[in-house]
Design a protein around this ligand. Structure first.
Ligand code: GDP
Ligand code: MG
Length: 436
């Protein structure tokens, strides 16, 4: 997908602002790429429409190429669609009951074992319940998992009624001081009515604090339809994505989240029991879907290149003593974008003094920006022409006082003087060799 995206955003190279025409092409390519990553058609369409709007609305930073900004918009959008934040798994009750649902082979029993281990490590007294009454092998499987993890497993091999088994298990848990009961259930190869009725009945009987839907992420689009059906019947609380250790593209995650509007709570990434069950992080999944792990550093690199170029340009201006209000404004805007105030102070000698008594945050720059914005181009490049009437006009235009304007000009002149001195002393400006 990253290759496709690269190609998609190539169209944007060299453009200062993302324009309507190249956005249309890029968005089309991105949609194709998402479909290839297993994202549901309707979802992909919705997302790309949103992305399009957002991209058109954004001014592209001079520093980062439009393409990279575009990728960032896509990545942010995917993250947002998957819920942005980690949704904690926090079942309540005494004992807390968790019901595991899903198709056969999706990884329910394996997940039950893994969750048992995780919760045991978190200090819970865990009881696993073998609720798959159709396959004796499934009971063996859970018992083995219980042995491997040191978690107790409740079974009733002769009983074919999963509702009864689950109820008995909860009674057993109460008597034996268990704080968490995880009920594994049977699954069929396809969604069928009997199975749905059965698990509905189990849910009604045990009133779980959490019903989790387990889905094999390798099944792609089918996973979305299954999730929908299960959700209509069970109104589950969260999704578990399994088998994300393979070369699964992960697009199903996005689609499921979007279609059923339930949080993904866990991802399972292997057959081993330990260290293969994680909380779901939307941002990481977005990166996985984009196959771009490295987009962020790409953007950072672009930024750094900008820093160096900008520093070189500034250095030259400073040496010739041509630093003007435009440069100051551009620096302020640049630094605000970076969110790193110290950079500014390092880059512009005298600036530290200027901000001495101001709390250094974004707002500290607001009056300065406003004042410079109210200057004419000539005033910006030739601060020495500033007359009282000009200052008055600037103060009015920027919503500041004439004192503030005076202060800025005075500080600016001082700054220039400092630079001159430094220039004379060293023939160059220290700390101006470029970026970070
Ligand atoms: P169930 O029928 O839903 O209970 O599914 P199982 O738990 O029995 O799992 C079906 C198969 O998938 C088994 O061979 C598991 O070892 C395997 N499996 C389950 N979870 C994962 C996972 O996260 N990664 C991989 N690679 N295999 C898994
Ligand atoms: Mg099973």
């Amino acid at each position: 997908l990253s290759q496709q995206l690269d190609r998609a955003v190539k169209n944007l190279k060299g453009e200062g602002r993302i324009s309507e025409i190249n956005v249309a092409t890029t968005v089309k390519e991105i949609r194709k790429a998402l479909l290839n990553a297993d994202v549901n058609f309707k979802v992909a369409k919705e997302i790309t429409n949103d992305i399009k709007e957002e991209a058109l609305g954004q001014k592209v930073l001079t520093a980062v190429s439009p393409g990279q900004l575009f990728i960032k918009i896509v990545s942010d959008k995917l993250t947002e669609l998957m819920g942005s934040t980690v949704v904690p798994f926090n079942p309540t009750g005494n004992p807390a009951v968790v019901l595991i649902s899903g198709l056969q082979g999706s990884g329910k029993t394996t997940f039950t074992g893994k969750l048992g281990l995780k919760m045991k490590k978190a200090g819970k007294q865990v009881l696993l319940v073998a609720g798959d009454v159709y396959r004796p092998a499934a009971i063996d499987q859970l018992e083995t998992l219980g042995e491997q993890t040191g978690v107790e497993v409740y079974t009733e091999r002769e009983n074919k009624n999963p509702v009864e088994i689950a109820q008995n298990a909860i009674e057993y848990a109460k008597k034996n001081g268990k704080s968490l009961v995880i009920v594994d259930t049977a699954g069929r190869l396809a969604v069928d009515e009997q199975m749905m009725k059965e698990i509905e009945a189990v849910k009604a009987a045990v009133k779980p604090s959490e019903t989790l839907f387990v889905v094999d992420s390798m099944t792609g689009q089918d996973a979305v339809n299954t999730a929908k059906t299960f959700n209509e019947r069970l109104d589950f609380d969260g999704v578990v994505l399994t088998k994300l250790d393979g070369d699964t593209r992960g697009g199903a995650a996005l689609s499921i989240r979007r279609v059923v509007e339930k949080p993904i709570k866990f991802i399972s990434t292997g057959e081993k029991l330990e260290n293969t069950l994680d909380e779901f992080h939307p941002d990481r999944m977005a990166q996985r879907i984009l196959g771009m792990g490295d987009v962020v550093s790409l953007v950072e690199r672009a930024q750094q290149a900008y820093d160096e170029e900008e520093a070189k340009r500034l250095n030259k201006k400073l040496r010739k003593n041509q630093f003007d209000f435009n440069d100051l404004l551009s620096q302020i805007q640049h630094i605000k974008k970076m969110g790193d105030i110290k950079d500014l102070i390092a880059m512009v000698p005298g600036m530290g003094k200027m901000l001495k008594d101001t709390e250094i945050d974004e707002n500290a720059f607001k009056p300065v920006e406003a004042i410079i914005s109210s200057m004419t181009p000539e005033e910006r490049t030739k601060p020495e022409i500033m007359s009282t009437s000009r200052k008055q006009r600037i103060a009015k235009g920027s919503g500041t006082s004439i004192q503030q304007v005076n202060n800025l000009i005075k500080q600016f002149e001082e700054m220039r003087k400092t630079m001159k001195k430094i220039n004379r002393m060293s023939g160059g400006v220290p700390g101006m060799k470029g970026g970070k």
